[in-house]
Design a protein around this ligand. Structure first.
Ligand code: ATP
Ligand code: MG
Length: 335
C-alpha cells in the first residue's frame, strides 16, 4: 500500500456511462487495491447547473452509488462520501476564492466550453467558480493522484496553482499538489460523434441501459455520412469503429473490419450489430448487479453515511492546519 491518497468524483447529474467506464472507473478499480481512495459524489457541484432541479441531483446520488457498486468499487477499500455533507469543503472553498482571479477562471477552456453548451446569457457565479470548489475537494483530502478524463485537466492545473499560492502566502506546506492519472481513453466521444460522451448531453450509453436501449442507441449512432451504399468505401474514422476498437476484445478482427469498411462492401448495419453485441455483453452483468443492489436502500444509506464520516475525520487535521496557517484560530486559547 502506498501512502499517497487518490481522490476522484462524479457529479450526480445522471447515471454513469461508457465514458466513465473507460475514462475513470476501470482505473479506480485498480487503484483501490494499492492506495487509500476516496470517491466524492459532488452534489453541490451538480447543483451549480441544476439548482432548479434538486430532486434530480438527490436521485442521482443513489444512481452513482449503484453504478460504483455494480462495477466493483468496494466500500471497504474506497471511501465513498457526499460533498454536501462535508462542511469543511465549503470552508476551504471560501478561503481559496481569495487565491484565484476572475481572469484565470475565464481562461479555463472546460468552463468556457461547458458554459457555451449550456447557452448561458450570463454565467451563474456558482457555476463559474466550480473549479475552485473542485480544488478544495482535492486539497482537503491531501490527494496527490486524481484519475480523470481529459476535460478535467484545466481544473487540476487550477488546483495546483491555488495550492502553491496557499503554501507560499501562508508560509506552510499545509496542502499538497496533485497529478492526474489519465486512462488510455482520455475522452470517449458521444454517440452523436460531436462532443464527449456526457450525462448531460443525451449522447451516452449508460451502464444501466437495457439491451434494447443499447441496441437502439448503437443503431442511431453517427457513422461516415458519405458511406451511403454497402459497396461505397467508408471512413472507419467514426464513433462506431472508435467504440469497437476500445471495447471489442479481438483487436486484429477490428483491424480487418476497418480495412474492409475502407475498401467498400461492409455495411453500417453489420458493423453496428457487432458493436451492439459487444456492448450488451459488457453492460448486462453490470446492470444485473445494479438491480440487485437497488433493492437495498438501507445498505446504500449506510455506505454513504459511514463513508462521509470517514472522510470528515480524514479532513479534520488539514482544515485545522489551514485555519492555523491563516491565523483563523482566534478562539483557540493556546493560539
Ligand atoms: P456532466 O455532463 O453532468 O458534466 P459527465 O458525463 O461529464 O457529466 P462528470 O461527473 O462531469 O461526468 O465526470 C466524472 C469523471 O468522468 C471525470 O473525471 C470526467 O473526466 C470523466 N469522464 C466523463 N465523461 C467522459 C468521457 N466521455 N470520456 C472519458 N472520461 C470521461
Ligand atoms: Mg462533466
Amino acid at each position: 500500500m502506498s501512502n499517497q491518497i487518490v481522490l476522484t468524483g462524479d457529479r450526480p447529474t445522471g447515471a454513469l456511462h461508457l465514458g466513465h467506464y473507460v475514462g475513470s472507473l476501470q482505473n479506480r478499480l485498480t487503484l483501490q487495491e494499492k492506495y487509500e481512495c476516496f470517491i466524492l459524489i459532488a452534489d453541490i457541484q451538480a447543483l451549480t447547473d441544476n439548482f432548479d432541479d434538486p430532486t434530480k441531483v438527490k436521485f442521482n446520488v443513489h444512481q452513482l452509488l449503484l453504478d460504483y457498486l455494480a462495477v466493483g468499487i468496494d466500500p471497504k477499500k474506497t471511501t465513498i462520501c457526499v460533498q454536501s455533507q462535508i462542511p469543511e469543503l465549503f470552508e476551504l472553498t471560501t478561503y481559496f476564492l481569495n487565491l484565484v482571479t476572475i481572469n484565470n477562471l475565464e481562461r479555463n477552456p472546460t468552463v468556457k466550453h461547458e458554459a457555451e453548451q449550456k447557452g448561458y446569457d450570463s454565467i451563474p457565479a456558482g457555476f463559474f467558480i466550480y473549479p475552485v470548489s473542485q480544488a478544495a475537494d482535492i486539497a482537503l483530502f491531501q490527494s496527490e493522484l486524481v484519475p480523470v478524463g481529459e476535460d478535467q485537466l484545466p481544473h487540476l492545473e487550477e488546483t495546483n496553482r491555488i495550492v502553491r499560492k496557499f503554501n507560499r502566502i501562508y508560509g506552510v506546506d499545509a496542502l499538497k499538489e496533485c497529478q492526474p492519472i489519465l486512462s488510455e481513453t482520455k475522452r470517449l466521444v458521444g454517440t452523436d460523434g460531436k462532443s464527449k460522451m456526457s450525462k448531460s448531453l443525451g449522447n451516452a450509453i449508460l451502464l444501466s441501459d437495457n439491451n434494447d436501449t443499447i441496441h437502439q442507441k448503437v443503431m442511431g449512432m453517427f457513422t461516415d455520412p458519405k458511406h451511403q451504399k454497402v459497396n461505397d468505401p467508408g471512413d472507419p474514422n467514426n464513433p462506431v469503429f472508435e467504440y469497437l476498437t476500445i471495447f471489442h476484445p479481438d483487436k486484429n478482427y477490428i483491424e480487418e473490419l476497418k480495412s474492409s469498411y475502407s475498401k467498400g462492401g461492409l455495411g453500417d448495419v453489420k458493423v453496428k450489430n457487432i458493436l451492439s453485441e459487444v456492448l450488451i455483453e459488457l453492460i448486462s452483468p453490470i446492470r444485473e448487479k445494479r438491480i440487485q443492489y437497488s433493492n437495498d436502500m438501507f445498505m446504500m444509506t449506510q455506505i454513504l453515511k459511514s463513508g462521509t464520516e470517514t472522510a470528515r475525520q480524514a479532513a479534520a487535521p488539514t482544515i485545522k492546519n489551514v485555519r492555523r496557517a491563516m491565523h483563523l484560530n482566534v478562539l483557540d486559547v493556546l493560539g
